[in-house]
Structures are given as C-alpha cells and as structure tokens.
Design a binder for this molecule. Sequence first.
Ligand SMILES: [Zn+2]
Ligand SMILES: [Zn+2]
Length: 332
Amino acid sequence: MEPYLYLAGLKRLSGEVNGDETIHLGIRPYGFHAGNAVALLIYPYLLCKFVQDRGIKPTFRFIVSLNDYEQDCLDGPDIIRYPFNIYPLNSSLKHTPDERGCCNSVVEHWQPIIENCLRVLRKYYSRTEIIFVKNSELRNDVSFMDMLIHTIKFPKEQGDIMRKYSGKEVLEKPMQFAGVVCPKCKKTHGKTHILKSGDIMWKCQMCLTSFCGSYGQFDYWWHHKAMLCARLKIFNIDITISGADHYSEGDFLIRKDFLNLFCPEQKIPKMLFSPLVLAPDGRKMSKSRNNIAFADIKRLLFIIENCEGESIQLDNDVLILGINEKDYSCNL
Ligand SMILES: [Zn+2]
Ligand SMILES: [Zn+2]
C-alpha cells in the first residue's frame, strides 16, 4: 500500500472509501494553529466533501486523540540532530500548568477550544461522528497497558526501527520512549523499572522519593509513535490523517513495523498526509509564547483546496493575530 500524499492523495483516497470508515486524528492539546487546522479540520472536511461529490453521504467516525501523555516540551542531548533521543523537559502535557492561570492544566484550557473548532465539521456533515479521547482515558485498556509496558521495557526495539526509517541518527543513550510521572512531584525525571511481579518501581530524581506499586497506581508519559499503535488497535482505525512532518520522519514505514512488533494481527491503516504549513517567516507553524496565530479558516480552506505541493507558506493576511483563543471560531 502506498501513502496518500497531499491533495492528490486526498482525492485518490476520496475515490476509494465507502464513506463510513473510522479515521484517526491527533493533536497535542496545547494550541490550535493553522497547521493543526489543516490536518484536523480542513483535510477531514475536504474528504467529506469529495465523498459527497460521489453521491455518498459521509458517515465517517472521527477519533480525535488529545495527546495529554505527550511531552510538555522536548529535551535531550540535541533535539534537532537526535530527534528520538528525547524525553519531557518537565512532565507530560497532562501535568503542565495552564500558562493563562485559569484552569488546572494546559489540557483543560485547550480541550474545549479544540473541540469547539472541530465540531464545526458536523454543521456541514451531520451524519459524521467526532469522538474526543484523551490518552489518559485509555490508560486502563489492556492493549494500551501492554504496549506501554513493552515500550518502557524494550526502548531499543523502537529506537532501531526509528533509525532504520527516519534517516536520523539515533544514539544508544539516552533512549526512553515512555515512563512514569512522579506521583509526588509530577515530574518525569527518574528511573522506571518493571519488576518481575509486573509491579512498577519508580525512583524520582527530582524529589528523591521512591514508589513501588501496580500499573494502575501510576500516571505516565509516552512518545506518540508507539502510542499511536495502541489507538489503532483500540478503535480499529481504517485511516489516519497526519501532517507532512510525520511523513518526512518516516512514519509511513515506522508505523508498519511498530504494528508488526506490537499487534501483527491489526490491519495497517491507509495513511493520508496533509501539507506542511509554514508561517509567513518560513518556519514551521507552532505555538510559541506570545505569538498565538490563528488562521482565518475560510481563507485557509481556499488555499489548501488548491495546494498541490507538500508544503505551503502562509501570508500574513491568512492569520488572525492578537485574538483571545476563547473567542476564536472555525466557520468554514
Ligand atoms: Zn485556562
Ligand atoms: Zn518526584
């Protein structure tokens, strides 16, 4: 199976689907910039539109992962040169304080904003379904647990696969793709050991406490690539939609090998990749402090509907600057 790349891939996929597939989308619940809007709203919208053009009413089920188990910020020896020798700067997003100060965490702050933006899709395609799932809500699912524990025990297997397909250098150390969040100080710096009994031993480098307990007594952080496999299995995903940065990191091949490692019986999803969205300064879109740029969704839709390439650099007139995120809406 080939990847479905950008506009041509979107059109090819639209011609092949039944219209009732289960589709996975994912976002770090920490902002909603123009790049997020393309992968999470505009590509799903266009998929529905092109399917409807075939005379089929789309009834897709969209599973939207709110990745609260991902790292707050990446830290490591050199996150550009060794993008897989990384770990959280402080903790998972779930345990990252809200910078605005109005909620318990960044996730609680951004979740309603993201959900409001994406629900717009159902105004146009009312028979589609959108299900929002935080990673932390899947913690006690058996396959999630098995794959998470496997990730903690055998990071080298995953490091070798990433080295093989990403074209990036991967160091032997530090190599860790998941771990415990300290029950006391909520930081992730420390040692996670899985004992023979299956219990977990945690030694915190920050507050210096040790805990031993069962899997369910701890909270975790987890790198998104392996964590995706758990979600593919739990929701029996037919199609994934992700940004071009995933494609350039080798995810099309990495996901296949990861699935083979964790659950070879699970079907490999069709993978659609949306173009990379660059800010007017030529850099990749991302949320940075004091620079929250939202997109004018109607203008962005027009641009993306006509963008054949693998990346698009936006002009300033597509961006809305200085808006309070709670006042942002996504009418197409
Ligand atoms: Zn808040
Ligand atoms: Zn601690």
